[in-house]
Design a protein around this ligand. Sequence first.
Ligand code: IFM
Length: 448
Amino acid sequence: MTRLSRFDFPEGFLFGAATAAYQIEGTSFGTCGPSHWDSFAATPGNVVRAEDGSTACDHYHRWPEDLDLMAAAGFDAYRFSTSWPRVMPDGVTVNPEGMDFYDRLVDGMLERGLRPFQTLYHWDLPSALADRGGWANRDTCHRFADYAEAITRRLGDRVASIATINEPWCVAWLSHFLGAHAPGLRDIRAAARAMHHILLAHGLGLERLRGITKAPLGIVLNFDHATPASDAPEDLAAAARQDAIFNRWFIEAITRQAYPAEAMLGLAPHLPEGWQEDMATIGQPLDWLGVNYYTRHLHAAAPEAPWPSTREVPGPLPKTQMGWEIYPEGLKGFLLRLSRDYTGDLPLYVTENGMANADTVEDNAVTDAIREDFLFAHLAATREAIAAGANVRGFFYWSLLDNYEWAEGYDKRFGLVHVDFASLKRTPKSSYHALARAIARNDREADR
Ligand code: IFM
């Protein structure tokens, strides 16, 4: 496979890696408040071995080493998230220790020439707000705007970019309808409310931040190619329903101030009263859009099941440790579809793309050739999308480090850098070195 380099991308294209607070920091350090992920993980059956984020990668103490790894690889930017319960342990009251931590972290990035790409909400909802109904409760949207304002008043003069929410589909559907993530509900009414409220939180957050920071503001959506399991009309319709729920709901609300009819068929009866009046807030202009892409799924009709009456069918392609099919064409497809149908010239960033693999350390090294192939195939897909007209400005690999993979605990390794969760030792994998060579600005750097 051809291995692209920095010079195959437009001038100024940013290469980075991404992480999220709960997955790496260690919530037992630095007076971080409890979040719904702590209680979800403590409930038997939710998370592999009931693992949680209390230690994670101990990035709270080891961040200088982690940022050094980013800088040594030649990355331009680091996508991280700030933890709401660290900044406001009870969801509303500012914790100076939490603020100071992010202050040091952002300064640490700038000292190393890394542009800070901040995400405000990457799933760690303070327990105090979860207790009051979490994302099913409209009030949480206003509390989010307060948190967004407080942290931005502290960091907004230095961060290069702010995303309000990471992957609203996961926050809402995966967590309130499929029950796979905190709070683990399987309730269509709560799901419909969360589908709307998470977008309202985004809109209220944007409103608050305009004027207090010059950082470009956006949101990070995830997309999963909905492939019909067959050419049968019922399967085509099933895939279209899944596409509407997963891939169209959020982007259409943001860019068209409307929800797709195929999804409204099941969700409209459960939306909060007066939802229409929020659509202008939700659809405020963005400065950029983040695109997270991993895989595709095959969908078939399941007429015996309640709406959306679909089931997943295993696909034939090679799979990652997550069991996700490797399908780089989907990334190119989404970048072009988004540009064509929704975003036009708005800057797009691939804010997450990566794979889990059962990596092991041998002789102090990790060879993950399969991840190298995955990475370069998705970089090639990104470049093809750019050549076909998509305005893509950067690519962030998920993740810098092996980390807490939510309901999968620490089993699934997505990192460019291996983490031994007993000793917390970091070992850069061959994919880290391959990417560092690809993005080196000159030969001397490449030889490092
Ligand atoms: O680990 C997650 C991340 O938190 C959000 N996007 C997908 C990743 C892999 O599942």
